[in-house]
Design a protein around this ligand. Structure first.
Ligand code: S3P
Length: 169
């Protein structure tokens, strides 16, 4: 169990926390989305627009499996949808320690609006609180398969990182 997997909805802070946790624990950290982008040689938004979501989900699964099979300790920030497709939620618990970074609808909505335009699943047709609430509800089952759940509302990135480090100690 040498992989630490951070999961959660878009805007939950997975990538930032993975980086900080990596620095704190002296473990290398990696972002699944960045790895997908470098393998496809395309940004995520273009993978969605040019090849479609199904192509993305298949590639996401393949890259996730490859990362899990690499030797050595690693912190992996998953994409928001990773646990919800291709049985990835089962893999994450067989081969790693999974941590759900749980945030409220209001917190996520605020954060996503600040970075609006950067995510294919948070475009002008879907960036409503109603979409978010329903989408999060649909995904909650998968997110709650994580071994640990950390509530992140009203906590600083440093506090969350500290909490995860204590959990793993
Ligand atoms: C997705 C989240 C994104 C990225 C892709 C799909 C999702 O990652 O993997 O746009 O399905 O929630 P972030 O959670 O890092 O934004």
């Amino acid at each position: 169990m040498d992989k630490i997997l951070l999961l959660g909805y878009m805007g939950a802070g997975k990538s930032t926390i993975a980086r900080l946790l990596g620095q704190k624990l002296q473990i290398s950290s990696i972002d699944l989305d960045s790895e997908i982008e470098s393998r496809a040689n395309l940004p995520i938004s273009q993978i969605f627009s040019q090849k479609g979501e199904i192509y993305f989900r298949k590639l996401e699964h393949k890259v996730f499996v490859d990362l899990l099979e690499q030797p050595g300790k690693k912190i992996i920030a998953l994409g928001g949808g990773t646990p919800c497709y291709s049985g990835n939620h089962l893999l994450m618990n067989q081969q790693g320690i999974s941590i759900y970074l749980k945030a409220s609808i209001d917190t996520l909505y605020e954060r996503l609006q600040l970075t609006s335009g950067t995510r294919p699943l948070w475009d002008e047709n879907r960036n409503t609180k109603e979409f978010l609430a329903k989408h999060l509800f649909d995904r909650s089952y998968y997110y709650h398969q994580a071994e640990f759940v950390i509530s992140t509302d009203n906590k600083s990135i440093e506090q969350i990182t500290h909490e995860i480090a204590s959990l793993l100690a």
